[in-house]
Design a protein around this ligand. Structure first.
Ligand code: C2O
Ligand code: CU
Length: 701
């Protein structure tokens, strides 16, 4: 529904513009009609076109109202910037133009052939009649621009520019029409310009518009080129979320600076001490064989894709050494969902340099939270994760919670061979059978390593969603046949007691290379009929389980409140023309850099008014979801590190700024991230010595 409203509004805007433009043109020509009959006819035609344009305007306003019902941020820019220059002149048309036109249209004319007299011409060229219509055309143009190139959040500067343009254009039209009207009131009226001249005039106008567009196009293309080397702190667009301004550390103005700046390279995990668990992961190119027998090209850790599952216990000091065998672009390891110290976060160009072939790099951190996580390369991640440079990272509780629990990790991914792309579970594109004794407690750790939401379905037993993104839920209740839509990058732990009939987990609609639906079949003997996948109601985490204590809530006093509008518009990113996925109207590096001070309590509102899902992932934190689509979360406290914001959805989340550094905050549809849908969370005084760009080895996305 949301997409239909959005699409209709976007499509009507240019039609609206065309209708008002045509009306503006007709109103300008009205006084040049030579005979009374023609003048009357012209007035009727114009009234009809105005009626149409009015209807379109009403339809567009209705659609804006519909969008508004999803939340204020869905229309804030359009309403604040675009409505005044559209609605005010439309009102003027109703109050000034229409009565005057009506008079012209109804003027007595016994003799249709009789020439129009001076009074008639004056009436028809009355600036109040003509300019109202033409000004609405200008307003419609601004409105169409705002609809197609939405700025996301309005700013006073933008309002001044747009309204300034509108006022100047209207004033110019007024002056022109006044002059015309004066001439028209003379007894020898000026003849209408010749067709040839008008043709030239229109041609010249079109040429100017085209040249303008061309120049703007060339300029934006040029301006969008990323510099050869840039720091993740290049954001000009610092956002303080309504809190006090703060400095970004060295290289930028220190006017507001407090205290010295520190490099994030000092924000490491424990450098000393014997690790409890030590791993080595070697990145290399290879091919893997899927369960259907097809082989696909893959980039692997230790020859496997997905890479080996790393298992540690809560509180362990973990040391992982990454070796790069032959991935030319270099690799890194990012611990998705684990709130590690900033220097261990594994983002090329921000927290380290990409590890090139033959090089190695060591990460050390303490695994503080038990749960399901994953690791993946954060260098050219859109390509490297797709090709297999990822794996599961499981933090077990200190003491096992249930003796004899059976755990199965399920990574949803998709693989590509020459012709096709198929959905898989791990490296399996067929139904995998496992034998599980009835009565066994089963924990399925679902991880979505793909770039799109994946909808799981489980049939054969009631189950609970025990944890989301590595955080246990409070009092989860039994679900039957619920569909679980998992955000790209997100995780659900589901638990069930094995019944004495088969249980099937799968992704409805997914097809492997052999035409089979990939999935998992659990049964006592590993055999048995697979029950059909159920298509039950969709699981809604915002109303699941029961409320529990949280360190802050919607009523807390927030130090900073950020607004993030996810959107799309045509434009350039790094010199290439795309449909851009924007954050507050911009792509990196023009996206906001959200600035905080250590200890700040931060609230962020996300709305998605684009046509695709955006799984937003803030590194270094779990955020508490306060509300979804305006409804407060009424179930278990819902902590996430990856939050899928679907078209038309809005979320309010909150977190405590207690993990200093510079953190990526991006869309985990990694293709979107690669096209600039990234921003950063910055701390007062924290700097990075690393740089990304063509002139460096680093390309984080
Ligand atoms: Cu899983 Cu920045 O990513
Ligand atoms: Cu996205």
């Amino acid at each position: 529904m949301f997409e239909a409203v959005l699409g209709a509004g976007t499509l009507i805007a240019p039609v609206l513009l065309a209708a008002w433009w045509f009306a503006g043109y007709l109103s300008g020509r009205l006084a040049f009609r030579r005979t009374r009959g023609r003048l009357r006819l012209g007035a009727w035609v114009l009234l009809t076109v105005l009626g149409l344009a009015g209807l379109l305007t009403a339809a567009e306003l209705f659609l804006v109202g519909q969008l508004w019902s999803y939340g204020w941020l869905f229309v804030k820019d359009r309403v604040m910037l675009g409505l005044p220059p559209l609605v005010l002149p439309t009102a003027a048309v109703l109050l000034l133009s229409v009565p005057r036109l009506w008079r012209v249209a109804r003027s007595a004319a016994e003799d249709h052939k009789a020439p129009v007299d001076a009074a008639g011409r004056t009436g028809a060229s009355d600036p109040l009649l003509v300019v109202s219509v033409q000004a609405t055309a200008v307003g419609a143009a601004l409105f169409a621009y705002l609809t197609w190139f939405p700025p996301g959040l309005p700013s006073p500067g933008m309002a001044l520019t747009l309204w300034g343009m509108f006022s100047v254009a209207t004033a110019a039209l007024w002056v022109r029409q006044r002059r015309r009207c004066l001439k028209m009131s003379q007894s020898d009226a000026p003849a209408a310009p010749r067709l040839g001249f008008r043709f030239l005039q229109t041609g010249a106008f079109a040429l100017v518009i085209c040249a303008g567009f061309g120049a703007w196009f060339a300029y934006s293309k040029q301006a969008s080129a990323l510099p050869d080397r840039f720091s993740m702190m290049v954001h000009e667009n610092a956002d303080y979320g309504g809190g006090p301004e703060i400095s970004r550390g060295s290289g930028h103005s220190h006017e507001h600076g407090h205290g010295p700046s520190v490099s994030l390279t000092g924000l490491t995990g424990p450098r000393e001490g014997e690790p409890d668990r030590r791993f080595t992961l070697t990145a290399e190119k290879g091919r893997i064989r899927l369960s259907s027998g097809r082989t696909v090209e893959a980039w692997t850790f230790d020859g496997k894709a997905p890479g080996p599952e790393l298992r540690v216990r809560r509180g362990d000091l973990v040391e992982v050494t990454l070796l790069n065998e032959d991935i030319e672009d270099g690799v890194t390891l990012h611990w998705h969902g684990i709130d590690v110290p900033n220097a261990e976060d594994g983002v090329a160009g921000l927290t380290q340099n990409a590890v090139r072939p033959g090089e190695h790099y060591t990460y050390r951190f303490r695994a503080e939270q038990a749960g399901t996580y994953w690791y993946h390369s954060h260098q050219v991640s859109s390509e490297q994760v797709m090709k297999g440079l990822f794996g599961a990272f499981i933090v077990e509780p200190r003491e096992p919670e249930h003796e004899g629990e059976r755990e199965i990790t399920v990574l949803a991914h998709s693989w590509e061979n020459e012709e096709d792309r198929v959905a898989t579970i791990d490296a399996s594109d067929t139904l995998e059978r496992r034998s599980v004794a009835p009565g066994t407690l089963v924990r399925l750790r679902l991880v979505n390593t793909d770039s799109y939401p994946v909808t799981f379905s489980l049939t054969g037993a009631p189950f609970k969603v025990a944890a989301i993104d590595g955080t246990d839920l409070k009092d989860p209740t039994d679900l039957t046949d619920a569909r679980l839509e998992l955000a790209a990058g997100g995780r659900y732990d589901i638990t069930l007691t094995m019944p004495d009939r088969p249980v099937r987990l799968g992704v409805p609609g997914a097809v492997g290379f052999a035409g089979e639906n990939p999935g998992l079949l659990l049964s006592s003997d590993g055999k048995g009929e697979a029950p059909a996948l159920a298509g039950g109601p969709e699981f809604d985490p915002s109303q699941y389980g029961s409320p529990g204590p949280t360190p802050f809530d919607a009523e807390s006093d927030f130090d900073r409140e950020f607004e993030v509008v996810l959107d799309n518009r045509p434009g350039f990113y790094d010199g290439l023309f795309h449909m851009l996925w924007t954050i507050n109207g911009e792509v990196f590096p023009d996206t906001p850099m959200q600035m905080v001070r250590e200890g700040d309590l931060v609230k962020t509102t996300f709305v998605n008014r684009s046509f695709m899902d955006h799984p937003m992932h803030l590194h270094g934190y779990h955020v508490l979801v306060l509300s979804r689509n305006g409804e407060p979360v009424s179930g278990s406290p819902w902590w996430v590190d990856t939050l899928n914001v679907a078209p038309g959805e809005s979320y309010v989340v909150a977190f405590r700024a207690d993990n200093p550094g510079i953190w990526m905050d991006h869309c985990h549809n990694l293709d979107h991230a690669a096209e600039g849908m990234t921003m950063h969370l910055g701390y007062e005084g924290v700097t990075t010595p690393f740089e990304a760009g063509r002139g460096t080895v680093n390309r984080p996305e």
